[in-house]
Design a protein around this ligand. Structure first.
Ligand code: FHN
Length: 437
């Protein structure tokens, strides 16, 4: 009976009060910066270069000698995130290439063995704490280098396909040791953002009986994190419906409920939600990728996420010299200006009572309904099943200007069936892509 109880207890994750507060903070703050930066940045061909270009693991490791980002300045990066209106940073501490961006005791393949010789995780975490930005750590479960990793993704020089061998428990222990370091030496960590789980699991709804999958011992990792820092939110980009022990659910490149990019087929849960996307098309620095999102696309994503009750985690891939390329900076700064004017309709809100509409989205807070018109092809909007019976004011939201009234009428069908019709509003433009009422 005793052992049954302890098993049941372990399955039943009860988040600490501080964790629930962190979830609330997360949902109120809505907007974060994702940073993919590592050895791969040197090659300027994004973070999958080792795999995509079939670079032998030993050749790839030569990059260690070239990582010397002389212009890196943690203060400037954090200040850049703040200027954009972002409230947290999710930093890649170790990507699939297995290189650790901090001073870890558990692997020599780390930042202290480069000519740069500075603990980047420490510098960024400290700066975040100083500037009042929360820090989340991205941590890859998948590893393309370690020989104790039972890999699925092929590796040049080590054969392709599946390799399962006896050292798996060593790999699990290695991850526990590294996670313990990250959660011990860098102050308050607001979240751990896992990735790579998908390397060892079938897709949701698919049963890959043809192969065996190793056990991630994932619950042990989650429990360890919560033991070390109970407030720390655990999320796992496994593209599955959340597993017990997780505190938030992320969606890659898509707003929850949509699946244009093929990685978001999972169910939308009741946990705090996050969409991650990137400002051009690459996560890591890609010298050939100039496909930067317009301000309109950026705002569409943020508003669409907020309207769907999700945060937006927007990625940048800094250059190997430590600079953030100008187009990233420009986009972030223009978003900052937009947030300065319209942040009230994003921060602290929850998703609208209606799902995303063809014309835009709704966010809500404290008895206010923010109607975001993102399409320039609409002149009248009907809000069915309006949640309030009375409207005291309806106006265009514009900072430092007198609120400009908008025409509206209520249709009351009785039995709490209210419909609001709004018209006579300006059209969104490329420089002001969201008309907020
Ligand atoms: O393989 C990674 C990829 O490099 C990148 O880190 C993204 C970010 O969400 N996640 C993985 C793919 O799901």
């Amino acid at each position: 009976l005793l052992s049954f109880c302890s098993f049941a207890q372990q399955k039943n994750y009860i988040p600490a009060k501080s964790n629930l507060q962190m979830r609330e903070w997360f949902q109120n703050n809505k907007f974060g910066m994702f940073i993919h930066w590592g050895l791969y940045s040197i090659l300027g061909d994004a973070e999958w270069v080792m795999n995509n270009e079939d670079i032998h693991v030993n050749d790839y490791a030569k990059l260690e000698d070239f990582f010397n980002p002389i212009y890196f300045n943690a203060h400037d990066w954090v200040a850049q995130a703040k200027r954009a209106g972002m409230k947290y940073i999710t930093l890649v501490t170790r990507h699939h290439d297995g290189f650790s961006m901090w001073n870890t005791k558990y692997s020599d393949y780390n930042i202290m063995h480069t000519p740069f010789h500075r603990d980047i995780v420490k510098e960024i975490a400290e700066e975040c704490h100083k500037q009042g930005i929360k820090i989340f750590f991205y941590y890859s479960l998948l590893d393309w280098r370690r020989t104790d990793y039972s890999y699925w993704t092929g590796r040049t020089g080590q054969g392709t396909g599946r390799s399962v061998h006896g050292k798996w428990n060593d790999y699990i222990q290695f991850m526990k040791n590294q996670l313990t370091e990250l959660l011990t030496n860098y102050g308050t960590v607001s979240g751990i953002w896992f990735d790579g789980y998908w390397d060892q699991t079938p897709e949701e709804g698919k049963n890959r009986k043809d192969t065996t999958f190793v056990d991630w011992h994932i619950r042990e990792l989650y429990d360890l994190i919560h033991k070390l820092q109970p407030q720390c939110m655990v999320g796992d980009n496994h593209h599955l419906t959340p597993l017990p022990g997780e505190d938030f659910q992320m969606f890659e490149r898509d707003i929850p409920g949509q699946n244009a990019h093929g990685l978001s087929f999972q169910k939308v849960s009741q946990l705090p939600l996050e969409t991650c996307a990137t400002l051009n098309d690459s996560w890591g620095f890609n010298i050939k990728d100039d496909n930067y999102k317009t301000l309109k696309k950026f705002v569409d994503l943020l508003v669409g996420a907020a309207g769907s009750n999700a945060n937006l985690l927007m990625n940048i891939g800094p250059m190997p010299n430590g600079k953030i390329a100008d187009p990233f900076k420009e986009k972030l700064d223009s978003m900052g200006v937009w947030m300065g004017a319209y942040g009230e309709s994003i921060y602290g809100t929850r998703g609208g009572y209606l799902p995303l509409q063809k014309w835009g989205a709704i966010t809500q807070k404290n008895g206010k309904v923010f109607v975001h018109i993102l399409s320039d092809n609409v002149s009248e909007i009907t809000l069915n099943d309006f949640p309030y019976r009375k409207i005291t004011k309806c106006y265009l939201m514009q900072k430092e200007q007198n609120p400009q009234n908008v025409q509206w009428k209520i249709r009351d069908f009785g039995k709490h069936q209210i419909e609001v019709v709004i018209n006579n509003f300006p059209k969104p433009t490329p420089s002001n892509p969201d008309v907020v009422i």
